[in-house]
Design a protein around this ligand. Structure first.
Ligand code: SER
Length: 881
């Protein structure tokens, strides 16, 4: 069976058992502060487990893209070294939301593995939770008894909390689990060591393939467990491992999931996979990491310098540097690999193929940037080499950390380079620096979040803000969040008009007003499907009825900007082409910011055209067509574009302003008629990343003010120029006049300079030694002229000792010029002389033996220079005689 068939069989098996097959959620998590990326099949369903939201289906099956590269589940450092951990992997899952429980789940798991996939029963082991006294949890006797009916007892292993109690993160839904492991070793090896001794022991051929979690608890922030309102099943089967087991391979990388990637890398590197441990690891790293990188970008996460973007950047850099060090890839390569992956995954996750050129461009640009950084880091190491040699042939911890932090060099890379140079690395010192930095950021971001205080369980937080900006509300739960810089409360209401920040639109602000008090809502945010009203204080009576009022004036500015964003998107596609895709947006009361894929600067004329189209639509006063609960297929038929990386339910909201012009899937707040936007003005166009442009624009009164301000400036310019028409012509003329005058001035100054030179030649004194001595304070307008004067003098007089003192741009300067023969025969030195003379002007300087200059601080000292110079020269000549 190839991998596509294996995946399909799984989905068909559960579909025939009344499971709804749903698509994978995007990898990047948007509304959950506890998670950056989907790290398990259950993460997108968290709200159903917690009872925050009813599940649309009681039974679901899917294959979910997962990323385990941060937080509680992080396998990154293993990847490449072993053969069965991955950054991105697919998790096949079947789900019961308060429907079936252990009996069905375990029986189906066994049936699918042994009858459909025909995995040999005598190679399978199962594990059951043994209980945990410290948590007051009992042994999972039910699971044990169910397994006993299907499998000999010696194949049922008891497991501790570490292996058999599954938790998504520090808080959240959790429960005991039962895992299925497979022993893929040869008969011979199996005869030597029984498989059950190797279960959960990091053996590459005795691996867990399926985990059945029985979600019963919620882990609270204080560490305690509370029972969930219902019992659920969450199962997760590692797809790549399953393929290894069914295809009879020894490594995930030998299956058809990875082979196309492996072979492509090996071929491009000119090596054979399987011949050398070092290059094999690098090939595996690249073949694995490209999946995480490409799918994260396709799902909307660009590499960047913070948070989720930084995680992706780090993965990309890890891949680049393995390729760089072990496969000699000195030029961008990963972006090519992305194309292989896109072809391979086209039928399961088409989003990559659909955006391939964009994803490739982003990757290539990142690769280029990192290769340059690597190069700089290597140069830095070279430059410090002597220092390391003096330091006992050791790269100190601070430098190793700097390389890590600034240049992205992991410690092992630094160690490798060090070895090549016969150096070692102070690893302990590195660790100290690393810890210090971690502490710094921990202290900066440490927040304490209390558990929810539930006032009314099972009450949904209904959003009524599309229809009204006021409501009568009650608090159903609240919690406190404290950190160094803030102390705030999160209130959830039974009914709310407040829009929670999402889809680029900022959260509403306003007030909750009861008979006795008024509490300001500072912001509104989402956590999964909960709408959090953020306040600085907790109402004294949390059980009161509140009139909840959104700041309607602010919201009206926001809605204008949001609708204008839709019109802008449509106009961009019209003017620039259909490749324009939204890559990010921000809509607040001041402006709208729209990021989109486009590969070149948007020309001025194009911007004007876009602006014109948007304003045309505004003038047409197109009424809003809002439809809620449209089946997603119908919405797409209407021409609504789904954004990549956005998680859509089966029913969506569609916002259209003229169905032939702008139709979008959108949850935001809009104007009832485009005429309300009033006026639209683009204020900037720029680049934010490879292949991504950004437009900022303003509407309505803000646009009016912006234009007025520009006009005011123009008026001011007109006034200064005293002209009402053709301002640019007048400015141009001014510039030309200015240039001509500048030229005249220069010529004039040069003439003066010649005159000055002639007069200095006249003034030259002949000293006894036959030296022509000139020391004079002069007036010149810049340093170049001073230099020119000195050199012209040298042409005009032989045996010359020239000292010039001048005030240039309010600062004193001295120049000393000597004829060559005085340097060679009389041992005079202009540098030394100028340094001595510079004392008069409280300064210093230097230069060559025949010509040197100095600057200083004390202009008043200039007049003493000529006399001092004579004294100095006389004494030097006497001394050197
Ligand atoms: N949540 C469990 C896991 O990720 C089973 O899906 O292992």
């Amino acid at each position: 069976m190839n991998s596509a068939e294996i995946r399909q069989q799984f989905l068909d098996f559960f579909a025939s058992r009344q499971h709804q097959v749903v698509p994978s959620a995007p990898l990047v998590v948007k509304d959950d502060p506890t998670l950056m990326f989907i790290n398990s099949g259950m993460a997108p369903f968290k709200d159903y487990f917690l009872g925050n939201k009813p599940a649309p289906y009681k039974r679901v099956a899917d294959t979910q893209k997962c990323l385990r590269v941060s937080g509680k589940h992080n396998d990154l450092e293993e990847v490449g070294y072993d053969t069965y951990h991955h950054t991105m992997f697919e998790m096949l899952g079947n789900w019961s939301f308060g429907n079936y429980f252990k009996k069905e789940a375990l029986a189906w798991a066994w049936e699918l593995l042994t009858e459909v996939y025909q995995l040999p029963k005598d190679r399978l082991y199962v594990s059951v939770f043994q209980g945990d006294a410290s948590e007051n949890l009992e042994k999972d006797q039910d699971a044990y008894d169910i397994w006993k009916t299907m499998i000999p007892e010696e194949r049922i292993l008891m497991g501790s909390k570490k292996d058999n109690f599954w938790e998504m993160g520090d808080t959240g839904p959790c429960g005991p689990c039962s895992e299925i492991h497979i022993d893929l070793r040869s008969e011979e090896e199996r005869a030597k060591v029984p498989g059950k001794d190797l279960v959960n022991n990091d053996h590459p051929q005795v691996v867990e393939i399926w985990n059945n979690v029985f979600m019963e608890f919620n882990r609270l922030a204080d560490g305690s467990l509370v029972k969930l309102p219902a019992q659920h099943v969450d199962t997760g089967m590692g797809f790549e491992r399953l393929c290894m087991a069914i295809q009879g391979k020894q490594s995930n990388y030998d299956t058809d999931v990875f082979q196309p990637l492996i072979q492509f890398v090996a071929q491009e590197a000119g090596v054979t996979y399987g011949e050398n441990e070092k290059t094999d690891i690098a090939i595996r790293v690249m073949s694995d990491h490209i999946r995480a990188i490409a799918f994260a970008i396709a799902d909307g996460q660009l590499p960047s310098n913070n948070k989720a973007g930084y995680v992706i950047r780090r993965i990309l850099r890890r891949a680049v540097r393995y390729g760089f060090t072990f496969l000699d890839f000195k030029k961008p390569f990963l972006y090519k690999l992305a194309a292989v992956l896109a072809d391979q995954m086209e039928n399961v996750f088409p989003e990559l193929k659909q955006q391939l050129s964009f994803v490739q461009r982003v990757i290539e640009e990142e690769e280029n940037a990192f290769l340059r950084t690597l190069d700089n880091g290597l140069k830095r190491l070279d430059a410090l080499e002597d220092k390391f040699r003096e330091n006992n042939n050791t790269i100190d911890g601070r430098t190793a950390f700097e390389l890590y932090d600034t240049f992205g060099f992991p410690l092992d890379l630094t160690a490798l380079i060090a070895r090549e140079k016969g150096l070692q690395v102070d690893e302990a010192g590195f660790t100290v620096e690393m810890e210090q930095q971690k502490n710094r950021s921990r202290n900066a971001s440490a927040t304490e979040q209390s558990d929810w205080v539930i006032l009314q369980p099972d009450v949904a937080n209904e959003f009524i803000g599309y229809d009204s900006d006021t409501a009568v509300s009650h608090i159903v739960r609240y919690r406190q969040v404290k950190s160094k810089s803030k102390n705030e409360y999160h209130l959830v209401l039974d009914k709310t008009p407040f829009y929670a920040e999402s889809g680029g639109q900022v959260g509403d602000t306003g007030y909750l007003i009861s008979d006795t008090e008024q509490v300001e809502v500072l912001d509104t945010k989402k956590e999964n499907d909960l709408i959090l009203h953020i306040t600085a204080k907790l109402p004294q009576n949390v059980e009161a009825a509140f009139r909840s009022n959104v700041d309607a004036e602010r919201r009206n500015f926001i809605r204008k900007n949001h609708s204008a964003t839709h019109l802008l998107h449509a106009a961009l596609r019209k003017v620039l082409g259909e490749h324009v895709q939204q890559r990010g947006s921000l809509v607040n009361e001041k402006l709208l910011r729209f990021d989109f894929s486009h590969f070149a600067k948007v020309e001025e004329a194009q911007l004007r055209e876009v602006e014109h189209i948007v304003n045309q639509r505004i003038r047409e006063a197109i009424p809003l067509e809002e439809q809620r609960n449209v089946p997603i297929a119908a919405a797409k038929e209407m021409g609504a574009m789904a954004l990549f990386g956005e998680k859509y339910g089966e029913f969506v909201r569609v916002i259209a302003f003229d169905r032939n012009h702008s139709v979008e899937l959108c949850g935001g707040i809009h104007v009832l008629n485009t005429g309300n936007i009033g006026y639209f003005k683009i204020v900037s166009e720029s680049s934010v990343a490879a292949g991504v442009r950004r437009i900022e624009a303003v509407t309505a009164k803000v646009a009016e003010d912006y234009v007025q301000q520009q006009l005011n400036e123009l008026h001011a310019v007109r006034e200064v120029l005293a002209t009402q028409s053709n301002v640019s012509g007048a400015v141009q003329k001014l510039q030309e006049d200015n240039k001509a005058l500048q030229k005249q001035l220069e010529q004039h100054e040069l003439k003066q300079l010649t005159g000055l030179k002639d007069s200095l030649v006249q003034k030259a004194r002949q000293l006894d030694s036959g030296v022509h001595f000139v020391a004079q304070q002069v007036e010149v307008s810049n340093a170049d002229y001073l230099k020119k004067l000195a050199f012209d003098m040298r042409q005009s007089l032989d045996n010359l000792v020239l000292i010039l003192a001048a005030e240039i741009d309010d600062k004193p300067q001295i120049a000393v010029m000597l004829s060559d023969n005085l340097v060679s025969d009389k041992h005079l030195n202009a540098s030394q002389m100028v340094r001595e003379l510079a004392k008069e002007i409280k300064g210093g300087g230097g230069g060559q033996p025949f010509y040197a200059t100095a600057g200083g601080k004390d202009v008043a000292g200039l007049q003493a220079v000529p006399a001092k110079a004579l004294e100095l020269v006389t004494s030097l000549l006497n001394k050197n005689e």
